[in-house]
Design a protein around this ligand. Sequence first.
Ligand code: ADP
Ligand code: MG
Length: 397
Amino acid sequence: MSGTGGNDLVDETQAGFEARFEYSPSGIWSAPGRVNLIGEHTDYNEGFVLPFAIDRRTFGALALRDDDVIRVSSAAGDDVVEVRVADVASGLDGEKRAALGWAAYPLGVVWAFGRLGADLAGLPGFDVHFDSDVPIGAGLSSSAAIEGALAVALNEVWRLDFDGAQLVDVCHRAENDFVGAPTGILDQSAALLAEEGAALFIDCRSGAAEPVELGLEASDLAILVIDTKVAHEHASGEYADRRAACERAARELGVRSLRDVTLEQLIAARETLDGVTFRRARHIVTENQRVLDTVAVLREAGATEIGDLMFASHRSMRDDFEISTRELDLAVEIALNYGAIGARMTGGGFGGSVIALTPTWLISQVQVSVDGAFAEHGYTAPEMFVVWPSRGAARER
Ligand code: ADP
Ligand code: MG
């Protein structure tokens, strides 16, 4: 029932290390990708999110060296990037850092350990080789997976003794401050802290995270990812625009962030905001409440009862935040018509994927129906696969 990875990929990662470096790794560590069950664009408003780790993982085979050289390699490419621990610790200058390419993600983890208190001077270098069945750049967070896999590996072999929350910090700093890709803590929290069978309820203001049982198997439910394969070319500008609208609304309302506003307060202050800003804020305020409601419903009644909240979240993103696309809307509509009990777009929007909470015996019916509808509309054929809530980063071997 689990995904495509498992032991085969552990063996492959080991073999990949041996082929590249001509000796054996001392261990293999891994971290998962993730999807967000509910709570979209709430992270940078200091609100709530509810992702879960998926059964697709990035594996890192690693061995310490006798010198201070670091070599990083990935099955996703042919280049082996070589640097010294001290050079990474110093941060490298702009041009050298840019030249690292994909290796900035793992090397950013090394750098962030140093920034967050690890004394890197005198630590030995290492060789690491990554392999993965998390699709890269598809919104399932392959970036946090590669960071998380290396973070747990180095935490152990370098005996750094960082706890889970500190490792989230390390990976978050790596991606934001070293790679230079602004993200909230959602991805890294899921990759490091998630538990099997559960979603992770995260308060993005405090960073506190706690597991919430999903009980999918017991309810004969599964989550189908429908990747529309469509990416909006103006997505980053639209993202910045939504962020700015949220900040504008918070400023007008005199609060630190939209986290601090109730729907009643927002409605009472309606006159102070222009129509678009009001709707942007209403999405955030109601979405935060939907995350809280989803957690409560999961605990009291189980996953069979969260379908309406998922669809309400989708409508809010479609109508108030305006980040959906016709492909995402079609996937949601058809999934709900043909068996899903809840469906919504997931991720930043303007393309990407829908998740459909579906009774297991109706999964293939939903798939066939979505495929047919996309063909009828002349849309790119979507990719669909089931994901299971899985554990966070850990040692594999
Ligand atoms: P996502 O996290 O949604 O997959 P991102 O753009 O955040 O997309 O991160 C993707 C980038 O992370 C890739 O372009 C690459 O630089 C790096 N990356 C992730 N996983 C791997 C991997 N297994 N091997 C090499 N690079 C990887
Ligand atoms: Mg990412």
